[in-house]
Ligand binder design. Structure first.
Ligand SMILES: NC(=O)c1ccc[n+]([C@@H]2O[C@H](COP(=O)([O-])OP(=O)(O)OC[C@H]3O[C@@H](n4cnc5c(N)ncnc54)[C@H](OP(=O)(O)O)[C@@H]3O)[C@@H](O)[C@H]2O)c1
Ligand SMILES: [Zn+2]
Ligand SMILES: [Zn+2]
Length: 354
């Protein structure tokens, strides 16, 4: 297999900072698209993975090149590629391959394929070792997993749609978020702020639960109808038994049972936040009210394209702070302090300048 060198930022261990390096990428094969990466969002999952916080479920293989919110331009295509040509805008999310033949793939739910390849820290079928993500100047991906970016979207703000966007859009569609429904969003971070934009655009009555009183004005501007400071027990109690659906996008341990109480009969709370430790769940709170508690991972390729097109129509992008890649370690520290409004987007031109 022929390869070329790409520039990237990688971590050598769970305690090491991300540093500049070069990695090998495969030259395009039959169905591949080579993309020059323009922007890559910083997802909290990148931080969990780089620091090996998910060691029990998906241990990190080092060196680790994270990044799965990728937007760029096609520079090269394999001979069999039909969807893209050089110069096209293109995007890549959390997956770069799947078997394409299992029932999940046939249903367009590649995120559940037992042989799915994640954009980073998955076995690389072509080169051996693990896949390397979007903190890099280029990436090569099978065209089946390359998305189209609506031309009207700001590219720095579009990058986070590839994970934060689809991860919140998919469960909202699955659980029927629409006009007339009361929807809660827990945690106004990268995922949470996208959830607010989608719930609002889908016509739901949208309530944000935040631990940060300083985010109240932003939440309203982003489309929330109400904001509740979740540490205020009285304010929480006012919403008991009233929600059709709650999306929980919190990255740390927290009390889930207070939110279960807020669901109405048959209401659902879905976790997209992925704290590394198990959460205690009150079964009685589920039984009384026939409520359900579930989780949801990203979304399929088809639904990701649907979400991007929806964003194109409604002019939805993430609110981003654009940073040069040299600031990535500082950005991780700030992410841990919830000090970003509301997603970091790395300008990959900064990598070239090194
Ligand atoms: N399921 C999936 O497929 C999927 C995909 C992507 C990401 N994720 C996971 O989703 C989570 C969120 O990711 P993100 O990138 O949106 O992270 P983020 O930007 O750091 O946002 C997380 C938010 O959670 C709230 N929060 C933080 N610490 C808290 C605490 N101790 N108690 C209560 N609330 C707290 C904060 O919101 P407030 O300040 O408003 O309280 C914070 O902004 C991560 O665990 C990530 O790995 C899952
Ligand atoms: Zn992510
Ligand atoms: Zn499959």
């Amino acid at each position: 297999m022929t390869m070329y060198k790409a520039r990237a930022y990688s971590a050598a261990s769970e305690t090491a900072p991300l540093v500049s390096t070069t990695i090998s990428r495969r030259e395009v094969t039959e169905h591949d698209v080579q993309i020059q990466i323009l922007f890559c969002g910083i997802c909290h999952s990148d931080l969990h993975q780089v620091r090996n916080e998910w060691r029990e479920v998906m241990p990190t293989v080092y060196p680790c090149v994270p990044g799965h919110e990728i937007v760029g331009r096609v520079v090269k295509t394999g001979p069999a590629v039909t969807k893209f040509k050089p110069g096209d805008l293109a995007a890549v999310g959390c997956m770069v391959d799947s078997d394409g033949t299992c029932p999940e793939c046939e249903a367009g739910l590649e995120q559940f394929c037992p042989n799915m390849t994640l954009t980073y820290n998955s076995r690389d079928k072509h080169l051996g070792g693990v896949t390397y993500g979007g903190y890099s100047d280029s990436i090569v991906v099978n065209e089946r997993f390359v998305l189209r970016v609506p031309e009207n979207l700001d590219l720095a703000g579009a990058a986070p749609l590839l994970c934060a966007g689809i991860t919140t859009y998919s469960p909202m569609r699955h659980w029927g978020v629409t006009k007339g429904k009361k929807v809660g969003v827990v945690g106004l971070g990268g995922l949470g702020h996208m959830a607010v934009k989608f719930a609002h655009a889908l016509g739901a009555h949208t309530v944000v639960f935040t631990t940060s009183p300083g985010k109240k004005e932003d939440a309203l501007r982003l489309g929330a109808d109400e904001v509740v400071i979740s540490r205020d027990a009285n304010a929480m109690a006012k919403h008991t038994g009233s929600f059709d659906f709650i999306l929980d996008a919190v990255a740390a341990e927290h009390d889930i049972n207070t939110y279960i109480q807020l669901l109405r009969r048959d209401g659902n709370i879905t976790m997209v936040g992925a704290p590394s430790k198990p959460l205690p769940v009150s079964v009685f709170a589920l039984i009384f009210g026939r409520r359900s508690f579930s989780g949801s991972p990203i979304g399929g390729v088809g639904e990701t394209q649907e979400m991007l097109d929806f964003c194109g129509q409604h002019n939805i992008t993430a609110d981003v702070e654009v940073i040069p890649i040299q600031k990535v370690n500082e950005a991780y520290d700030r992410l841990l302090r919830s000090d970003v409004k509301y997603r970091f987007s790395i300008d990959m031109a900064s990598l070239k300048a090194e």
